[in-house]
Design a protein around this ligand. Structure first.
Ligand code: GLU
Length: 472
């Protein structure tokens, strides 16, 4: 059997981390079995589905690199097919028209509740209605098997048994003819030849109904794996109040997709005590059957730790690619001039926890800063810095090759000749070129800023010092 998995989000919001984890598991399963990963948009709830949400889901999948082999398929494009299957089921007698009025159903429900029974349709129209009322458009119900049990051999949960007596005859088409949710899932899973349904465990109760319908259609049900939900650090279901829950919020906050994927794969699954998994390793080692059946708690610090790990250890080109997005948000086009981005990443990656930090700390390489950090300027751009800065300016102007090593030599030699500690020169110089007293090593900083900008910024700093009020 070739593996065919699907991720089937309802487009009623952004792609959240729980959905992304489900998508990742489906994707990994397909990739490890040389199978096919399908994206299906379950947009039949016309009131809640939006085009923006579809875009947000597609963007999230692209950013994470979870590329799909088929789709996106939209359920709203498949209505004629659903009608066809409904007609077939009516013809084959696995579904029937139900004319029960709303009033009757409400009364039935109230009586069952009063008897402390689980409310369910009593099957009145199941044998057929001799004289269908002309003024009531019927719904279509599925003829659920009246007895026996449905056994779900869930890859994560193990065996879960549902008694058919607990399930009633589900409505598959409303009075206006529109198909209902559980039914569209069944038709799609059948038509798309889905072999493994990996989804959130909030759908576990739908599974026996869906399996019964698949069987009625002569189709062997897929294998199911219900993934437990994610909880916030406080044990409540992960939600907005715990911070970012949308995948794209993590992009905005400066995370690498690799960090989020790594974090999500480890949420409820482990392989010895290994914490870091490249995508290739995930494909090799991940085992859906070893995902824990209990809920998993979200730990933002661990995600941050992984992000730093990937910023430090990924290929420079990869980090640079993602950094360019954040520089763009600061109004910088790194392609329009300034240092090579890979060089910037190399210089910055030891100290940045996020790409937002890295972009903010690197902006001065590309554009002039508006103002000095006031505290740093007060500490370092003082009258005594005037002489070293002026001499540096001259020597740097003369420098034959603009390289970290040659710049280093100029700075250290000048410190020696003036009898100053290196910091007394490097710090004013740093504030002059970076706007503040924090940057990569001074020689690398100057090298990346470039000669022309360095000289201009030293002039600006000298001017700043000159303008300081003289204090006694
Ligand atoms: N559309 C459902 C959801 O977003 C998923 C259904 C399924 O995977 O079967 O929760």
């Amino acid at each position: 059997m070739t593996a065919r998995t699907r991720f089937a989000p309802s487009p009623t919001g952004y792609l959240h981390v729980g959905g992304a984890r489900t998508a990742l598991f489906c994707w990994l399963y397909a990739r490890q079995h040389g199978g096919t990963f399908i994206l299906r948009i379950e947009d039949t709830d016309l009131e809640r589905s939006t085009a923006e949400s579809v875009d947000a889901i597609l963007q999230g999948m692209t950013w994470l690199g979870l590329e799909y082999d088929e789709g996106p398929f939209f359920q709203t494009h498949r209505f004629p097919r659903y009608q066809e299957v409904i007609a077939r089921m009516l013809k084959e007698g696995t579904a029937y028209h139900c004319y029960c009025s709303k009033e009757r159903l409400e009364k039935l429900r109230a009586e069952q509740m009063a008897r402390k029974e689980k409310p369910r349709y009593d099957g009145k129209c199941r044998p057929g209605v001799a004289q269908p009322p002309r003024d009531i458009p019927p719904v279509v119900r599925f003829k659920n098997p009246p007895d026996g049990a449905v056994v779900v051999e869930d890859l994560i949960r193990g065996q879960v048994v549902f008694q058919n007596s607990e399930l009633d005859d589900l409505i598959i088409a409303r009075a206006d003819g529109s198909p209902t949710y559980n039914f569209t899932v069944v038709v799609d899973d059948m038509d798309m030849h889905i072999s493994h349904v990996i989804r959130g465990d909030d759908h576990l109760n739908n599974t026996p109904r869906q399996m019964n319908m698949l069987q009625a259609l002569g189709c062997k049900p897929p294998v199911y794996a219900h993934v437990p939900m994610i909880l916030g650090p406080d044990g409540a279901r992960l939600s907005k109040r715990h911070g970012a829950v949308s995948v794209m919020q993590y992009r905005e906050a400066g995370y690498l997709p690799d960090a989020l994927l790594n974090y999500l794969v480890r949420l409820g699954w482990s392989h010895g005590d290994q914490e870091v998994f490249s995508v290739d390793e995930m494909i090799k080692l991940f085992d859906i059957a070893k995902v824990h059946s209990s809920t998993a708690a979200f730990n933002p610090e661990k995600l941050m730790w992984l992000n730093q790990h990937y910023i430090k250890n990924s290929e420079l080109k990869h980090v640079a690619h993602h950094l360019s997005y954040h520089l763009g948000k600061l109004g910088i086009d790194p392609a329009a001039g300034g240092p090579e981005m890979m060089e910037v990443v190399k210089a910055q990656r030891e100290r940045a926890r996020t790409l937002v930090e890295m972009a903010q700390n690197s902006a001065f390489f590309y554009k002039d800063f508006d103002a000095y950090d006031p505290m740093d300027a007060a500490s370092h751009l003082k009258p005594e810095a005037k002489q070293p800065l002026s001499q540096l300016r001259d020597q740097l102007t003369e420098l034959s090759r603009w390289e970290a090593a040659t710049i280093h030599e100029v700075v250290t030699k000048l410190a020696e000749s003036l009898g100053l500690k290196l910091g007394k020169i490097a710090q004013p110089l740093r504030v002059a070129v970076a706007g503040r007293a924090m940057s990569p090593p001074i020689d690398v900083t100057l090298m990346l800023v470039g000669r022309e900008k360095t000289l201009k910024r030293i002039d600006r700093a000298l001017e700043h010092i000159r303008k300081q009020p003289v204090t006694a």
